[in-house]
Design a binder for this molecule. Structure first.
Ligand code: ME8
Length: 493
């Protein structure tokens, strides 16, 4: 069985989860579910990043022991998963013992390869970004991200990042699909070309982290610790079952860490590089950057409470092109719910199933598959959708499925089963057979994103345990369709 390993970033436990965290997780979940239906052996990893100064400070402000603090906040992230219906395979916490072992191991390997040396660091550090910044990057006394920075002078271990400048450029030239979208790749390449300086990878002024092997005065840089989670989860330092990762999904804010530092660490450790890093865009809320101080942070739990997981998942993946930035307008979510989910998809299911339940006692004849154009369209769609998933064009995926939904609704309007019932009952049966097959196929195609309502539709058709192979099977007509409940409640705007 072909393997597919997909990851989200592991989220900082300095605060409760917000819609941005839900976003990456839903995207990864959609891809992981698709790959599972497509016959892959999938590992979907998510989790929490629990060390470092930022988390340590948050624990201090809360007046709680850091371990108790991270246990509590990490649980909030874990609890989010069933709410947004994200079916992860592994939830990694960087305070787990196996992760400490893996991180100390990789440190020793980098050291043995001559890539770590002791010196002192003098420069800017941003706790919010957990990043070192070069003086040339500081704008108006702030990091390029707008985060505050502080001056740091301390003894520090360094990683010979400069040594990997050419190998990285060479690698990305030979592997053009390794960073996407293209614009992000160009950003990474120009950052590397501007000259890589050795990277400080330990701190001595706080203690919340993994100690450097052999010199416990030093705590490992939180990004070396965090990035290593991707291989800890795969079994490192033992034999790894799932490595290299097929896809690291990240936000555009953490490109440098994933596309410069991480591949350089892996090269030094003699490990293969991830096949692809895809950086998606950033959500704002009704035109503003989401921030605690503005009080406009969107809580995914409240949103799901009000609209249901399917609507939130669908909206986030459909509303903006995956890779671009987007603005979260509640009105747009309501519009999508009403027009796409309720009026187009919900109505197709409703009108066809209700017709069969009401007029035919829920029974249709077992007639051979008819040779309708629309069925060919549906069967062929899987190839397009595979391409959409493999290029992370998640919005196109949904557009393509909805084109089929619109075509199916037009087919109902054109064939008029209610007229055929009187005039040509055999043809009516053919049409309904086609329509139920289409509804089954669409529900399967939508199941990576509309996880709950697709399951409901398949249950209405008495189908269980589908994969994409089901698409090629004839419809089972040995069942009774009962009057359907509406799939979606309109928002009422
Ligand atoms: O960076 N729009 O954790 P983090 C879209 N621990 N995505 C958003 C978002 C927004 N407004 N806000 C957050 C870290 N995200 C590190 C990662 S990985 C080895 C360590 C998502 O809690 C997006 O995926 O700050 C972003 O990259 C991530 O959350 C940052 O999460």
């Amino acid at each position: 069985m072909k393997k597919f390993y997909i990851t989200t970033p592991i989220y900082y436990v300095n605060d409760i989860p917000h819609i941005g965290h839900a976003y990456t997780t839903i995207a990864a979940d959609m891809i992981a579910r698709f790959k599972k239906l497509d016959g892959f052996d999938v590992m979907f990893l998510t989790g929490t990043d629990e060390h470092g100064q930022k988390v340590g400070k948050s624990a201090e402000i809360a007046g709680v022991d850091p371990q108790d603090f991270v246990d509590k906040v990490s649980q909030n992230f874990k609890d989010l998963m069933p709410v947004i219906d994200a079916q992860y395979d592994v939830f990694m916490r960087t305070t787990e013992e196996r992760h400490k072992t893996a991180t100390q191991h990789i440190w020793k390997v980098l050291e043995a390869n001559g890539d770590i040396y002791l010196d002192s660091y003098k420069g800017w550090y941003s706790v919010r970004d957990e990043a070192f910044y070069d003086a040339s990057e500081i704008v108006d006394g702030k990091a390029p991200t707008g985060a505050p920075v502080e001056w740091v002078e301390e003894e520090s271990y360094f990683f010979r990042l400069s040594k990997y400048q050419e190998p990285l450029l060479d690698y990305f030239e030979k592997n053009p699909g390794a960073i996407a979208p293209e614009g992000r790749k160009n950003e990474v390449l120009s950052f590397i070309k501007s000259g890589l300086r050795d990277l400080s990878i330990s701190r001595t002024t706080f203690s919340w982290g993994i100690p450097v092997p052999g010199n416990a005065k030093h705590i490992m840089y939180v990004w070396l610790d965090a990035l290593t989670n991707y291989i800890t989860a795969a079994g490192y330092p033992e034999k790894m079952n799932f490595w290299p990762a097929s896809l690291h999904l990240v936000g555009k804010d953490i490109l440098r860490f994933h596309c410069v530092y991480w591949p350089a660490f892996l090269m030094s450790a003699g490990l293969p590089l991830p096949e692809r890093v895809f950086a998606h865009g950033w959500w704002t809320a009704e035109g503003e950057k989401m921030s605690k101080s503005l009080g406009n942070v969107i809580d995914p739990v409240k949103l799901v409470d009000e609209f249901g997981a399917d609507t939130v998942r669908y909206f986030m993946m459909r509303e903006i092109s995956f890779g671009n930035d987007g603005d979260f307008y509640l009105d747009n979510l309501k519009k999508r719910l009403d027009s796409d989910l309720a009026n187009a998809w919900g109505n197709l299911v409703q009108r066809v199933l209700a017709f069969i339940a009401k007029n035919l006692d829920g029974k249709i004849d077992d007639i051979p598959q008819t040779d309708e154009e629309i069925l060919k369209l549906s069967k062929g769609l899987i190839n397009t959708l595979r391409q959409d998933i493999d290029s992370q064009k998640l919005h196109h995926y949904l557009e393509h499925v909805f084109e089929l939904i619109y075509a199916a609704n037009q087919y109902v309007d054109a064939q008029k089963p209610w007229t055929l019932r009187r005039e040509a009952p055999k043809r009516m049966m053919e049409v309904l057979h086609v329509l139920l097959t289409l509804i089954r196929d669409i529900a399967i195609y939508l199941s990576p994103i509309l996880t709950r309502s697709s399951k409901k539709v398949l249950e209405m058709l008495h189908i269980q345990g589908t994969t994409f192979e089901t698409l090629q099977e004839p419809l089972n007509t040995n069942m009774t369709i009962t009057p359907p409940e509406p799939l979606f409640q309109k928002s009422g705007v």
